[in-house]
Design a protein around this ligand. Structure first.
Ligand SMILES: Nc1nc2c([nH]c(=O)n2[C@H]2C[C@H](O)[C@@H](COP(=O)(O)OP(=O)(O)OP(=O)(O)O)O2)c(=O)[nH]1
Length: 133
């Protein structure tokens, strides 16, 4: 019996000091309106770093520098897992090309948006990391 590998999604936790960039999904209908970290599926043969850079270009129109991984495997819906990475902007200001909206969250706002189920624990892990700095 073969077991299918889960589809890998990478997400960028873009920081500006202690501010965190959150993006509001436009689709599909069951996720629209929820907030997430920019990113997407890793293509066949593509590295996780390359996928993060490509997705941030496509979705936000920016170049990023990818930093440390946050946690391990974050479970999404069946068949999907997510790897999250800290990142910073190297060129440009984010524009919502595919999202409904973008928000820079100050520390007191980290939990003020309606994070998707998988993203809430990632935000909590990032909040812990940033509180230690
Ligand atoms: N990008 C992203 N996707 C997330 C997060 N949390 C979460 O549950 N997801 C889910 C939503 C989607 O079902 C899946 C990623 O799909 P996506 O639509 O962002 O990926 P993609 O850009 O490669 O999509 P596609 O156009 O090829 O379908 O993971 C998150 O923080 N970032």
């Amino acid at each position: 019996m073969t077991v299918d590998e889960p589809t890998l999604v990478v997400a960028a936790v873009i920081l500006d000091g202690r501010r965190v960039l959150a993006a509001q999904r436009a689709e599909p209908p069951e996720l629209a309106g929820g907030w997430e970290f920019p990113g997407g599926k890793v293509d066949e043969g593509e590295s996780e770093h390359a996928a993060l850079i490509r997705e941030c270009r496509e979705e936000l129109g920016v170049e990023i520098a990818v930093g440390a991984r946050v946690g391990g495997e974050w479970e999404l819906s069946a068949g999907y897992v997510m790897h999250a990475y800290l990142a910073s902007l190297s060129v440009g200001e984010p524009v919502a090309k595919e999202h409904l909206a973008l928000r820079w969250l100050e520390p007191e706002e980290y939990f003020a948006v309606n994070w998707l189920g998988a993203d809430l624990p990632v935000m909590a892990a990032v909040a812990d990391l940033l509180a230690q700095d």
